[in-house]
Design a protein around this ligand. Structure first.
Ligand SMILES: [Zn+2]
Length: 318
């Protein structure tokens, strides 16, 4: 049976493109995953092939795709459908929207990957209250969703909590400041501070901390403290009802989540004001396999408020 009104969402990452196709009711009817190519031509080809794969799986013929959404790391001009400085993809400037539209004859919306994931995380729960998605990956950034829409702020900087300074004498951040939240809990910063190589430095830090090594325990404490500071900043500045935490760190969620909750309680222990905010009750860590960024990309241009919670579909399709 051909399906009309299919929405396709693609999460274009540094190593892989993950995609979903959503039926008009929001159900995930197809998924795909492929390696990301390097450079503008390869990135566009990968996006087009992933979208065609999803359309074929969903039984959607040309002209039946309602929209294609692309979440991509970098600075995104959503109106122009353009991404700038996507350094992990070998892309300096690329008109993703116009090129995909021309290739596949369907509307194409482009958004920063963390902002797209925020939209997906909000849809997951049918959140009506302001919410934030906090991405703890190589770097640290948040996407904020208010009334079902991504809140960009005046110049697109809203949610850049990774570069709030919490330790002015702390480690140097890639942004040029010292002691940013990202220097405490960003995977790249932890790997640099650990400085022992290895394919999974954050996991190595946790293992060494469990074994009682002091330097590792300090880094593990920093990690929890950094996430706690980011959650606090999001609640104090936007009063988000929920902070959904995703990104590479969630692969270690079972080891880290209790420490993050404890850090939130510890940081509030001396402050009746902070304690009253119930910070530790507002967070939720996503399962590592959750395709929120692709789902959010699929919902770009749609009115999320019209969608029912997608939770049961996500669980059903794992
Ligand atoms: Zn910084």
């Amino acid at each position: 049976m051909p399906v009309e009104g299919v929405r396709i969402g693609l999460d274009v990452g540094g190593t892989k493109i993950a995609g979903v196709a959503l039926a008009p009711d929001g159900e995930i009817i197809a998924r795909t995953r492929r390696a990301t190519g390097w450079g503008a031509v390869a990135v566009i080809r990968g996006i087009a092939e992933a979208a065609q794969d999803l359309a074929a799986q969903a039984g959607a013929a040309a002209g039946q795709i309602r929209s294609i959404g692309v979440g991509i790391p970098g600075l995104v001009d959503a109106d122009a459908g353009r991404v700038l400085h996507a350094v992990n993809l070998g892309v300096e400037s690329l008109d993703v929207g116009p090129q995909v539209r021309a290739l596949l004859n369907a509307p194409c919306h482009v958004e920063n990957d963390v902002k797209a994931a925020a939209l997906g995380a909000a849809a997951l729960h049918g959140d009506r209250e302001p919410m934030a998605y906090l991405n703890i990956g190589t770097g640290v950034a948040a996407g904020i969703v208010i009334d079902g829409r991504i809140w960009r702020g005046a110049r697109g900087t809203a949610g850049e909590v990774g570069h709030l300074v919490v330790d002015p004498g702390g480690r140097l951040c890639g942004c040029g400041q010292r002691g940013c939240i990202e220097t405490l809990c960003g995977g790249g910063a932890i790997a640099r501070a650990w400085a022992r190589g290895g394919a999974f430095p954050v996991r190595d830090v946790l293992d060494a901390a469990d074994a009682g090594e002091e330097a590792a325990i300090a880094l593990r404490d920093d990690l929890a403290r950094g996430v706690s500071a980011a959650v606090r900043a999001l609640v104090l500045s936007v009063d988000v009802e929920r902070v959904v935490i995703g990104g590479g760190l969630t692969a270690l969620a079972d080891r880290i989540e209790p420490r993050i909750r404890q850090a939130l309680r510890d940081d509030a222990a001396e402050s009746p004001f902070l304690l009253s905010l119930g910070l530790d009750e507002r967070i939720e860590l996503l399962p590592a396999s959750s395709p929120v960024s692709a789902i959010g990309a699929a919902l770009l241009g749609a009115d999320v408020a019209q969608h029912t919670p997608l939770e049961k579909e996500i669980i059903a399709h794992g």
